[in-house]
Write a protein that binds this ligand. Sequence first.
Ligand SMILES: Nc1ncnc2c1ncn2[C@@H]1O[C@H](COP(=O)(O)OP(=O)(O)OP(=O)(O)O)[C@@H](O)[C@H]1O
Ligand SMILES: [Mg+2]
Length: 284
Amino acid sequence: MRETYAAPLPGMNLAEMSGKLIVIEGTDGVGRSTQIRLLRPWLEQQGRAVLDTAIKRSELAGKGIQQAKEGHTLGRITLSLFYATDFADRLEHEIVPALRAGFVVLTDRYIYSLIARAIVRGADPRWIRNAYGFALKPDATFYLRIGVDDLIPRVVFSRGFDYWESGMDIHPSEDMYDSFRKYQTELLTEFDNLANEYNFEVIDATPDPRTVFEHLRAGVARVLRGEPREPLFSVVAPPAEPVDAATHKVLEMPAPAKPSTTDQAESAAEDQALTIAVEGDASR
Ligand SMILES: Nc1ncnc2c1ncn2[C@@H]1O[C@H](COP(=O)(O)OP(=O)(O)OP(=O)(O)O)[C@@H](O)[C@H]1O
Ligand SMILES: [Mg+2]
């Protein structure tokens, strides 16, 4: 039987959800989409049905949130509740039915990003956690972790700084760079707190996409095999840079086995998929 963090949505039956709910978390521009574009075909090649979903994709609230952000028409509390509405709609109409049908649900961000953003904007941490109490506990949350110094070039060389991702609503400044650095530093601290609290599986997002994917894929494969997280992964100190680093964990994956001929063929297919994924992003 699935569990929720607090009371489920009224009428939601938590039984018979044989699928897997896998969360990919991480800050703006860290590489979540790139990884999901790699994970999805890899899962489908194994005959798994996959649903991928992300914030703002609900029929009910997706467009409204976009418009509200463009017009800056909502206050911080109402915007948080609008996001919660989007999440509730996708939970009820996409995620739960897909889990019931045995899908692997890959979700690009989950309640944690929404909690982190709200807290950085001054929301009461208890209130915002309670607001998402109806969320299903996922089978695993993989947190792509990066420090702000590694994040900045990644964002600059892809799409540049964006108003909301730079926290311009809370740190209005002439200089978007300063604003981005300040806001993202606060956000990363909050993510690190949540990583501890919700027991995220932390993946170092600083290497190239292929290396990140190998780590992520090993973690997802383990979840699909239904194996427990420990003791497969040793826990080591995280990369030096981000805030509050000493208290957080990074997974060190076992070295990949020597590739067989089949592995090499798969690897060639993945290389191609990777090129498509990364190029696809560069054109954004
Ligand atoms: N491991 C990586 N190393 C270097 N660059 C990367 C890596 N992963 C992704 N990128 C590049 O960083 C940019 C952002 O990647 P992507 O769109 O996947 O991030 P995202 O987390 O989905 O961003 P958003 O928050 O906008 O949804 C892209 O140009 C992508 O090619
Ligand atoms: Mg993305």
